[in-house]
Design a protein around this ligand. Structure first.
Ligand code: SF4
Length: 339
């Protein structure tokens, strides 16, 4: 479920969502991805119910500034080369950790913006100090997206173990005021819900609470498949993934994932950098080589052109490209899908 305050045209990334090749006519893949999803760190201060970090064996660390610069150089060079009909590649700071815990997140943003790269930053919103808000506004970060869970304070705190709902809401209110009439960065919220939570709270009420403070609210279904064997998760599995119909994977035609250590993954679903889900290692492998390389093409054959998901340890648990949004329609919400 996706709702805009001022319509999709107000979204700084509408140029991507309206592009040829976004969600349809995407095969053969474009010369370079729409998005590079870049992980500043896999450290996080929370212990969320649904999160694959609980089981991840990957070493913890931070993105090196020199590695980030090299990556931004490649993205900027590709953007300079592009044909008029091919939209600019954007970078999203995301991954398996809280991006604002990177000690130099401001510098990372500055390095990308210095190269005129469209930039989106995901955050749980807790470490967003007033000084950092000012920096992000001054750097002209294009989109700041707050990650939430549930549809109210009780559901949020149940899912986001160790978090502070009121601090988060206070921070959203503060940056919403600080950015003033220019409305930059664009502010968005993505929350996700358990199927059972839809029985006791309404998506429309959540949207009404936050739309106005932010410009876009998206509501998705929480994926528990990656942590379904954990004792604290088992009681909540319920109807969560029963009967979801799988479709071809579009993601492998849209974005490339880069972990803090340069590992290039097929998508963001793998918290562990499994060899079976890896397309290369930056900077030894350039992004373009990985994007058009053999491993990525084999993955497209497996899940983008065929339904070979069960042959992959990651894809078999994935919720993307299923009919999950039908659940919201059953619960009276308008609009399917999120971005
Ligand atoms: S199907 Fe596989 S490649 Fe596609 S988004 Fe899911 S985990 Fe990633």
């Amino acid at each position: 479920m996706l709702t805009y305050l001022n319509g999709p045209e107000s979204d700084p990334f509408n140029y991507i969502y309206a592009s040829k090749g976004w969600l349809s006519d995407y095969d053969p893949p474009r010369p370079f991805p729409f998005w590079i999803n870049l992980e500043p760190t896999n450290h996080c201060q929370l212990n969320c119910l649904f999160c694959s970090r609980q089981k991840s064996q990957r070493a913890k660390g931070y993105l090196d500034l020199a590695l980030a610069e090299a990556l931004f150089d490649e993205v900027a060079a590709q953007n300079a080369l592009r044909l008029p009909e091919v939209s600019a590649t954007a970078v999203r700071f995301t991954g398996w950790g809280e991006p604002l815990l990177h000690p130099h997140i401001d510098k990372l943003c500055a390095l990308a913006k210095k190269r005129s790269i469209p930039l989106k930053l995901y955050t749980n919103g807790l470490n967003l100090s007033p000084a950092l808000m000012d920096q992000l506004i001054e750097l002209e970060v294009d989109d700041l997206q707050f990650s939430m869970q549930g549809l109210n304070e009780k559901q949020y705190l149940f899912n986001r173990v160790g978090s502070d709902y009121r601090l988060l809401v206070h921070n959203i209110e503060t940056i919403s005021q600080k950015r003033g009439r220019l409305k930059k960065p664009f502010l968005s919220i993505l929350t996700s819900v358990l199927a059972s939570e839809l029985k006791s709270a309404r998506p429309d009420e959540f949207t009404e609470r936050f739309l106005g403070l932010v410009d876009k609210v998206a509501i998705d279904l929480t994926n528990l498949n990656f942590v379904s064997d954990l004792e604290r998760v088992k009681p909540h599995l319920g109807d969560q993934s029963k009967g979801l119909r799988r479709g071809l994977c579009v993601d492998v035609f849209l974005a490339l994932e880069v972990k803090y250590d340069g590992t290039i993954g097929f998508c963001g679903q793998d918290a562990d950098s499994l060899k079976e889900h890896t397309a290369g290692r930056f900077p030894q492998d350039r992004l373009k080589e990985a994007w058009l390389g053999r491993a990525m093409e084999a993955q497209r054959d497996k899940v983008g052109r065929n339904l070979g998901h069960d042959d992959s340890p990651v894809c078999r648990r994935c919720y993307h490209n299923t009919d999950k949004y039908d659940l919201f329609k059953q619960n009276g919400a308008k609009n399917g899908g999120s971005r």
